[in-house]
Every structure is written in structure tokens, then in C-alpha cells.
Design a protein around this ligand. Structure first.
Ligand code: CAA
Length: 257
């Protein structure tokens, strides 16, 4: 597929997707969503890819859903097309996805970053859910995911005032896993992704599934799920290899099976 709004590259075992609508600060329109679904779908199907990094530009990861695209929609338009529901398919990707965020991650941009498994932020990053300033509210998961990341008080503050959070506050609040100097962002994100991609892919995917499960079920159910998945890992060649490598004091050579 020829992409027009994103740049798709492969670096070793890492798939790199760069949002590329510089004139609109990477605003997320329906073409961006379609292309992101196609690109991540290709990476999901490629056994050689072990992790995905999603990034934007120095100025903007993404400044939100495309306001100009949705401005004229009626309720019926939005309802009939189940507007934004396609993003749920994106969030269901099973391989690990890291958001590398510099500059603005606002509205849908913040929501896209939160759909990834973790966020590495440049010290220039600014997060926000400013939809209230447009007479609406978050629609790509912000009211739900931001609340789970940072708790009710801060999520309410962000969603009701529309204010931005800088990278330091985002790290303090648990929205991002680490903050790095802007100049080091891509190196750090690619290094983290390459490290993950060197592990056993089925083990990584099962681990991601188990952590995500904690958002959906009770603690007792989650613990049972974790244990069952853990038990199933003893059927992996990679479990035998990983533990043998430890015992033999050598580096494991995972074969993704
Ligand atoms: N949608 C469409 N176009 C956008 C956009 C968006 N979300 N954000 C920026 N742009 C466009 C601007 O219209 C402008 O285009 P023109 O040059 O054609 O006028 C271009 O990108 C550059 O933007 P600015 O001139 O505004 O740049 P700035 O540096 O002065 O300001 C900014 C940067 C503070 C991020 C400002 O662009 C801004 O406030 N953007 C909108 C942020 C926003 O409200 N996001 C939420 C969108 S709604 C949403 O996401 C719903 C949801 O829950 C999914």
C-alpha cells in the first residue's frame, strides 16, 4: 500500500510508523486511521516484527482528531458510521506498541498515545484533552483511558478545563513511562522496542495480554488469568531456551515458538 499520511519503515525487528501530516500538525483524519490500520496490520502479520513504534514530528505527535473533517457532521452521520469506532480495532493490535511523543499530543493525539502500550515522552511533550474548548468531549477513549492512567481528579481537571500537562507532570502522574531529552527520543524509543523485539514474541504478546486484562476484570479473575497464561508458557520452546540460557550463563536465542 502507498501511504500518504504516514511513513512506514522497518528497522531490524522493529516497525516504525511516523505520522506525516505536518501542515495539520498530524491531525488524525479517516485516511490516517485507515493507513495506521493497514500498516499495523502488516506488522502484525509479519513474524519478523517484534515491536512497533509510533511517533510524530518534533512539534506535534498529533494535535487531535481532524476538526475540519468532523466539523460539519450531524448526529446521524456520526451515529450511522459509528464515528471513531475504527480506533478500537487499532487498540486491539496484539504486538507491543510504543508511542514516542514530542510536542503536542492533544485530544485524539493523546488518546492515540494512550492506545499504545506505553509512552516515552520527549521533555517537549504536551498532553491534553482540549475537546471541551470545541464544545465536545473526548471521543477516542480519553475519558476512560486517561482516568485509568492518572486517576479521577487529574482526568477531570484535564477534560473539564482543557489544560495541557507538560512532560514532567505526565511522568509524575503515570501517563508516561519515561521522559527523555527531545534529541534522544527516537534513539530511546527504538532501543526499548528493539529490546522487546529480541525477547520471545509469544511470551511478549501473552504478557501484554495479561497486563491489559487487569483493566477489564476483577483482581481474582486477573490473577487466575495470569496464572493460566503463565502455565501455558511451559509449552514454549522459548521458555526452555530462556531458562537453559540462564543456567548455562549464556544469552538466550529465542525462536518465537
Ligand atoms: N484538526 C485539524 N487541523 C488542525 C488541528 C486539528 N486537531 N490542529 C491543528 N490543525 C491545523 C491548524 O488549523 C493549522 O492549519 P492552517 O495552517 O491551515 O490554518 C495548522 O494545523 C497549524 O496549526 P496552528 O496554526 O493552530 O499552530 P499553533 O502552533 O499556533 O497551535 C495548537 C498549535 C495549540 C496545537 C493548535 O493547533 C490547536 O489548538 N489545535 C487543536 C487542538 C485540539 O483542539 N485538539 C482536539 C481535537 S478534537 C478531538 O481530538 C476529538 C477526540 O476526542 C478524538
Amino acid at each position: 500500500m502507498a501511504y500518504e499520511t504516514i511513513i512506514v519503515e522497518t528497522r531490524g525487528k522493529v516497525g516504525l510508523i511516523t505520522l506525516n501530516r505536518p501542515k495539520a500538525l498530524n491531525a488524525l483524519n479517516s485516511q490516517v486511521l485507515a493507513e495506521l490500520l493497514a500498516a499495523t496490520g502488516t506488522f502484525e502479520a509479519d513474524q519478523a516484527i517484534g515491536a512497533i513504534v509510533i511517533t510524530g514530528s518534533e512539534k506535534a505527535f498529533a494535535a487531535g482528531a481532524d476538526i475540519k473533517e468532523m466539523q460539519a457532521k450531524s448526529y446521524v452521520d456520526a451515529y450511522m458510521e459509528d464515528f471513531f469506532s475504527g480506533w478500537e480495532a487499532f487498540a486491539r493490535n496484539r504486538k507491543p506498541m510504543i508511542a514516542a511523543v514530542a510536542g503536542y499530543a492533544l485530544g485524539g493525539g493523546c488518546e492515540l498515545a494512550m492506545m499504545c502500550d506505553f509512552i516515552i515522552a520527549a521533555d517537549s511533550a504536551k498532553f491534553g484533552q482540549p475537546e471541551i474548548t470545541l464544545g465536545v468531549m473526548p471521543g477516542m477513549g480519553g475519558s476512560q483511558r486517561l482516568t485509568r492512567f492518572v486517576g479521577k481528579s487529574k482526568a477531570m481537571d484535564m477534560c473539564l478545563t482543557g489544560r495541557m500537562m507538560d512532560a514532567a507532570e505526565a511522568e509524575r502522574s503515570g501517563l508516561v513511562s519515561r521522559v527523555v531529552p527531545a534529541a534522544d527520543l527516537m534513539e530511546e524509543a527504538m532501543k526499548a522496542a528493539a529490546k522487546i523485539a529480541d525477547f520471545s514474541l509469544p511470551a511478549v504478546m501473552m504478557c501484554k495480554e495479561a497486563v491489559n486484562r487487569s483493566y477489564e476484570v476483577t483482581l481474582a479473575e486477573g490473577l487466575r488469568f495470569e496464572r493460566r497464561v503463565f502455565h501455558s508458557m511451559f509449552s514454549l520452546d522459548d521458555q526452555k531456551e530462556g531458562m537453559a540460557a540462564f543456567a548455562e550463563k549464556r544469552t538466550a536465542n529465542f525462536r518465537n515458538r
